[in-house]
Design a protein around this ligand. Structure first.
Ligand SMILES: Nc1ncnc2c1ncn2[C@@H]1O[C@H](COP(=O)(O)OP(=O)(O)O)[C@@H](O)[C@H]1O
Ligand SMILES: [Mg+2]
Length: 222
């Protein structure tokens, strides 16, 4: 399965989400590759330090993505592709190959409105591919006491994209994680709350990936 983290805006939490998703899937016992498709290449360096068991690959142009993403997917259970902040053709190539698009979005009315533009390429891909890739919005960098306003719910609903019920809260630990070459789940007790929310989010979005693990220790079921 190829999962792309897509939003043509920069600084919305794509790389943070991509690295944490790759680490989470690895922790569920899956074989995972992270395809770093941003020219800044920060997520491939981060995942190499944080979870060496995840294969990190740089695919930084549209032709490489179209040609090599499916080949990469043959070797692993999940490819997580970290998308770029601007290059439209790179995003297009990713969305033409992905099975699922996760679209992080900051929780403000302006950002949700901007999503209509930022998801143009997603809609084109879905149109060409009879609805694929499936897509889901994840609210990121959300204030702790934040409430989703009706305006925002309406704006998101108008895009015809489902929204995950678990948001990622704005927490210093997410910003500290790359500098420490770690993911929040590996940052001891400081990371506990963040690790819990990341786990809840990915269980919601990818229930099958989680279930695959819970089937293994049969003795602990019931
Ligand atoms: N939930 C969060 N809480 C606090 N800081 C965050 C959170 N998510 C991302 N950040 C920080 O915000 C900045 C942009 O995030 P990043 O994942 O690099 O976005 P993108 O890949 O979309 O450009 C980075 O400095 C990152 O550490
Ligand atoms: Mg990034």
């Amino acid at each position: 399965m190829i999962i792309v983290i897509a939003n043509s805006k920069g600084g919305v939490g794509k790389s943070t989400l991509a690295v944490h998703l790759a680490a989470w899937l690895h922790d569920q016992g899956h074989r995972v590759a992270l395809a770093d498709c941003d020219t800044q290449q920060s997520s491939s360096e981060w995942i190499r330090e944080a979870v060496p068991g995840v294969k990190a690959v740089r695919l930084d142009n549209p032709n490489m993505i179209l040609d090599e993403l499916p080949v990469l997917a043959l070797d692993v259970d999940f490819v997580v592709a970290d998308g770029p902040g601007s290059q439209t053709e790179t995003s297009r190539a990713l969305l033409l190959r992905a099975d699922l698009a996760i679209v992080p979005c900051k929780a403000s009315m302006l950002e949700v409105r901007a999503l209509a533009k930022a998801t143009d390429v997603l809609r084109q891909a879905q149109d060409i591919r009879a609805g694929k890739p499936k897509a889901v919005i994840v609210l990121s960098m959300v204030g702790k006491n934040y409430r989703l306003t009706k305006d925002m719910k309406d704006a998101a609903a108008a895009l015809n994209l489902p929204m995950a019920s678990v948001p990622l809260i704005l927490r210093q630990i997410y910003a500290d994680a790359p500098g420490q070459g770690a993911v929040v789940g590996r940052m001891a007790s400081r990371g506990r709350e963040a690790a819990t929310e990341v786990d809840q989010l990915f269980r919601e979005i990818l229930p099958d990936a989680y279930a695959a693990k819970s089937l293994k220790p049969k003795a602990s079921r019931r």
